[in-house]
Write a new protein. Sequence first.
Length: 215
Amino acid sequence: MTLSRCRTVPRQGHLDRVKRIHGCLSKMRHAAIKIRTDAPDCSNIPVKLHDWECSCHADAKEEIPLDAPEPKGKPITVTSFFDANLCHDPISGKSVTGILHQLNKTPVNWCSKLQSTVETATIGSECVAARTCTEQLIDLHLALRCLGVPINGPAMVLGDNKSVINSAAIPHPKMHERWVAALSHHRVQHAVAAGIVNVHHIAGKKNLADILSKH
């Protein structure tokens, strides 16, 4: 993703980095993405339910298509990881978003892309990443429902920024940080109140989206 922006006028340094990428791929030529249908064990992640009646998201609910077929088969668990890298591009100052979606234990979708806005704080870039992850999950839920796939509860969204997770998971968070991504914050809160996603904190070393956002 980073090197693809330099295709117009590539230089020697870009070629050296492309060689390193090919060297890494050469060592991993026998690697594969395993299809694992067993559900992940989320028993150690506490689920906290809050009352959203007195918040601005009191009437939030998931939009389910009326013509969706009846769900059949075993229910699946959707798990998503998100991460952001502040000021990834030193020229434009834009951050990068890394997102990984899993159905049960099988990765089915992932992305690594520059954000469209320039954020000046880590919490801003993390909020944008959380909002992008939530919007992709809404599309994924819609596709699964149209295919007649039963979904096991809200999607589990995991991130390594405590401020973003805590502010999105409770109805009335205290804005101690300089808030620069209020709309992204409310988009995630609306999905939490509607029962589409559950956001939880995870250690940075266990965040699988870290490889999609860092150098």
